[in-house]
Design a protein. Structure first.
Length: 108
């Protein structure tokens, strides 16, 4: 739970303050999350807040697999998961993020 709870919100306050890690900043930018309109930012903020209220940890998704649009779709689909399902999915997403990042570090 500590790893999940420490995860930053997508397109959240840390991103706006430029306080994400270099890798997180790059990944979110590649998904288009660095170029949200004001209306899109409100949508992401509302979804982040609703998700944390329901599940107790931030919405986690391997953004390298997604676009802004597919992330919003995943938010909608996963919001309806029960806590156990979403805990499992969040852990799978953390593992996927780690896999991507390890591949980048290891020689090919």
């Amino acid at each position: 739970m500590g790893v999940l709870a420490a995860h930053p919100d997508l397109a959240g306050k840390l991103a706006a303050a430029k306080r994400l890690t270099t890798l997180s900043t790059s990944e979110q930018a590649n998904a288009g999350l660095d170029a949200l309109t004001d209306a899109e930012r409100v949508i992401f903020t509302d979804l982040n807040n609703a998700y944390v209220s329901k599940h107790g940890f931030p919405f986690i998704i391997a953004v390298r697999d997604h676009t802004k649009e597919s992330i919003l779709k995943a938010f909608g689909a996963r919001m309806n998961n029960d806590h156990a399902e979403e805990l499992d999915e969040a852990c799978r997403q953390v593992e996927r993020i780690a896999k991507f990042r390890l591949r980048d570090l290891l020689p090919r």
